[in-house]
Design a protein around this ligand. Structure first.
Ligand SMILES: [Mn+2]
Length: 323
């Protein structure tokens, strides 16, 4: 973090100077994405800055407790991109994830882009890249950014940072959790973050259908003996039968990766657009599962990564096949 201190100072200076800021996070925003954009909105409000916040998809209802989430715009046509002199991308591993590829790559010279992210770099698109792969979450990087600039942690900031950390570490279960992550979480409690309230919204939020679909994912679990990889699938039929939204499936792969004595876990699920989403997890210290994800056209972290494939899942005598 010490290495990045100059970046943190420069980033705050840019915010200080900016006349109109665009905060952007990825499509289908998760807890870390929303917590990070909320924390930055809190900062902009505190600094009396003019800003807009954007994600291509709406925030799931269980994240509405985060401060200022209602301000996030989901339709980019509502943004006058040329009016922004500073664009801050949060938790977007690639330009594509911002859903503003064209706007950002064709920006004018007086539009500056800052990126805060903890995913491995896919492409270079920002003017100031604040990327820290060892951080559990983008929210954790924002902690270093606020701390490095001596910004006081009020309750809203503390709640945002703790939410990002908790959701991106599966409540401290995933290997991305470091001693630093836990120290920061503890500091956020001291600054007024409300752990039980966050858990109530982010974790104890499953519907009956949600519980049943988790059960379905578990009962479909099999082990590929050749590679010692556990795998499970959820077809569109499964998902439709329990009438659950995709948000309810958040965390399934993390939970299934608790299975002992396997090298890795693969979770395939059919999306409603003819695509199959694959999630890969490993707790094995020597395995970098992102190499398999990259091979399949995706990417991510060494311990948690994913990919998308076109096709349909079909059951065969020996297992599952993608057609
Ligand atoms: Mn994240």
């Amino acid at each position: 973090m010490i290495l990045l201190i100059n970046h943190y100072i420069k980033a705050l200076h840019k915010i200080f100077k900016a006349k109109n800021i665009l905060l952007v996070t990825h499509r289908r925003p998760d807890g870390d994405a929303l917590a990070s954009i909320s924390a930055m909105m809190e900062l902009c409000i505190g600094m009396e800055k003019k800003f807009s916040a954007y994600s291509a998809d709406p925030a799931p209802a269980h994240y509405h407790f985060l401060p200022h989430v209602e301000k996030i715009v989901n339709d980019k046509n509502q943004l006058d991109f040329s009016s922004f002199d500073l664009i801050i991308a949060l938790d977007c591993g690639s330009l594509d994830r911002t859903t503003l590829s064209q706007e950002i790559s064709e920006r004018s010279e007086d539009q500056f882009v800052i990126e805060f992210d903890h995913h491995p770099r896919v492409d270079e698109y920002s003017d100031l890249e604040i990327r820290y792969l060892e951080a559990s979450s983008t929210a954790e990087i924002l902690y270093y950014f606020f701390k490095g600039n001596n910004i006081k942690f009020n309750k809203n900031l503390a709640n945002c940072i703790l939410t990002g950390i908790l959701t991106d570490t599966g409540n401290f279960l995933y290997p991305s959790t470091t001693d630093e992550t836990i120290k920061i979480a503890s500091k956020m409690l001291l600054h007024g973050a409300r752990f039980p309230v966050i858990l109530e919204h982010t974790w104890r939020n499953k519907s009956m259908g949600g519980m049943k679909i988790w059960g379905q994912a578990m009962s479909n679990l099999q082990i590929n003996k050749k590679y010692n990889i556990a795998f499970t699938v959820l077809t569109r039929e499964d998902i439709n039968r329990y009438q659950v939204s995709d948000e309810e499936l958040e965390g399934v792969s993390g939970f299934l990766s608790n299975l002992s004595d396997v090298n890795a876990l693969l979770f395939l699920r059919e999306e409603d657009n003819g695509r199959i989403k694959g999630s890969l997890r490993t707790s094995h210290p020597k395995i970098d599962i992102s190499r398999l994800a990259t091979h399949l056209g995706g990417g991510g972290h060494p311990k948690a990564s994913g990919f998308m494939l076109k096709g349909k899942l079909e059951k065969t005598k020996t297992g599952w096949q993608i057609n």
